[in-house]
Write a protein that binds this ligand. Sequence first.
Ligand code: FES
Ligand code: FES
Length: 181
Amino acid sequence: MSQITHEPPDRQLLTLEVNGEAHEVLVESRRTLVDVLRHDLGLTGTHVGCEHGICGACTVLIDGAPARACLTFAAQAEGSAVETVESLDGGGGGSAPGRRLSDLQQAFTEHHALQCGFCTPGFLMLAEGHLAEQPAPSREEIREVVAANLCRCTGYQTIVDAIEDCAARRRAATSEEGPCN
Ligand code: FES
Ligand code: FES
């Protein structure tokens, strides 16, 4: 007679730095970063679409580089700085009522770069990661970057417009040494 035994789940205590704050979470080794962000830390701005690395809705920054949080084990992010869409802040502080949109979020609004908005957090973080590396991207470069993520609503033109406009405003603000927002 065969006997089936169930091993207790393999859990580990992780310290994750998310949006500048350190969090301790006890998770199974196989738990993905997006599940930890959404379910353990309550940061539901990062969306889950395909869970297969295709759509990019789950895009966050890990040490400044865009990454698919659905394909990243939480344990892989230990020791790195994770940034989610909640880190974007145009002033006003945290989730306070007076909080303003960031300059990139404002550009998305002005250019109607979202409709249902499901994909938007992923596009914002994808763009932030790219603009940090390339503050003066050509329109063609922006088109190539946003091709990494899926949007079923906008047709992409307005997303490209928004990123291009935000990049130009940031460059103008830097040359004037004034605020971007
Ligand atoms: S949910 Fe991660 S790529 Fe689609
Ligand atoms: S705005 Fe609806 S999927 Fe992009």
